[in-house]
Design a protein around this ligand. Structure first.
Ligand code: GTP
Ligand code: MG
Length: 331
């Protein structure tokens, strides 16, 4: 049946697909990098209680919370003040973020603003049709070993997120120590580059239908079910599919028991020489190495200029680090 008014068409029109939202300092910095690396078709937001940091970001939509109570100075680690500010700004936040299908929420744990807003917004967005994808950066081990308050803060936020259930995409900064000879901002940029490739792949999957296509509904269902997850990344010559998988699983962004993953959403970017046989070898190596996950979803995309290089980005879900505490490293 055809809708009979313009308003009705507008109501039926698909929502915008993707938003990325940086919460607090680390989240804002990550969104800045994503924007600079280029995320066409993705709406970028930054939310903070610190107006100087917010003002420094080249992000199209910036939201300052708690102007009255916190006066733009940041939270000083006071989560209760951030939550009060969020409650006050809730209606506006939901109005601006609820119109997307998938909303990535990025925050570094351990401070006041990002740590408080991440669980708060993940929960609040459930009142809308938007699917929140919380992405946390776990602080470096040395930050937690040298500051018990920070560790307690991180554990509290993780506890909240675990109790809420659902998807949590975790990236451990400690994993950046393999780039230990780089200046810190370059190491963060590398991490954000992986995140950028993941976001760009997911957008590619649904916005540019290709040979093996994943639609928005399947992506949402998969993400909603994924539980504790992390991202994998690898790049190799097409003649070495098994090495590609090996590399992606060795250089992970979180410690987890590799053969315990329950799901994987895999995206392959390849060139004109990426054959069906290579794709099959990559998938079966993933399936085997991950201990035969319950569900694997594959999307592919061809880039004519890429020829002999294949790039793998994946979200592996249903992970069991021994506990989330173990993912943080032993106390
Ligand atoms: N600035 C910055 N910090 C990062 C980044 N990645 C992880 N972090 C860590 O993120 C954690 C939280 O710090 P911030 O994001 O500055 O804290 P915030 O959410 O702004 O909270 P308050 O400033 O206390 O209100 C710290 O442990 C940082 O070390 C990054 O890319 N940039
Ligand atoms: Mg801050």
């Amino acid at each position: 049946m055809e809708p009979d008014s313009l308003e009705e068409w507008a109501r039926l029109a698909p929502k915008e697909s993707f938003a990325v939202v940086g919460l607090g300092g680390a989240g804002g910095d990550a969104v800045r990098d994503l924007v600079q690396l280029g995320i066409p078709g993705v709406h970028a937001f930054a939310v903070n209680t610190d107006f100087r940091h917010l003002g420094s970001l080249p992000v199209e939509e910036r939201i300052l919370l708690g102007q009255r109570q916190l006066r733009g100075r940041g939270s000083g680690g006071n989560r209760a003040a951030v939550l009060a500010a969020a409650e006050e700004g809730k209606e506006e936040l939901l109005r601006r973020l609820g119109r997307f299908e998938v909303v990535f929420l990025l925050a570094g744990l351990g401070g006041g603003t990002g740590s408080a807003l991440l669980p708060y917004l993940s929960e609040a967005l459930r009142e809308t049709d938007a699917l929140p994808v919380p992405v946390v950066f776990l602080p470096f081990q040395v930050e937690m070993d040298t500051n018990p308050d920070r560790r307690a803060n991180v554990e509290e936020t993780l506890g909240e997120l675990e109790r809420m259930g659902g998807l949590l995409l975790a990236i451990a900064n400690e994993k950046l120590t393999r780039f230990g000879s780089l200046p810190l901002h370059r190491a963060f940029l590398l991490r954000n580059t992986y995140l950028h490739r993941l976001v760009a792949s997911l957008v590619d999957m649904v916005e540019h239908p290709s040979q093996l296509n994943v639609d928005l509904a399947s992506l949402r269902t998969h993400l909603a079910d994924a539980g504790l997850s992390t991202l994998l990344y690898g790049e190799c010559h097409i003649s070495e599919p098994e090495r590609l998988v090996q590399q992606a699983l060795t250089e992970t962004m979180l410690d987890f028991h590799v053969p315990d993953a329950a799901s994987a959403l895999v995206h392959l970017d390849g060139g004109s020489n990426l054959t069906l046989q290579t794709i099959q070898r990559i998938l079966s190596a993933m399936h085997q190495q991950l201990g035969q996950p319950r569900r694997m979803i594959l999307g592919t995309r061809y880039h004519a200029e890429r020829h002999d290089v294949v790039r793998l980005t994946a979200i592996v879900g249903g992970l069991k680090p021994r506990t989330m505490r173990d993912a943080l490293g032993s106390a």
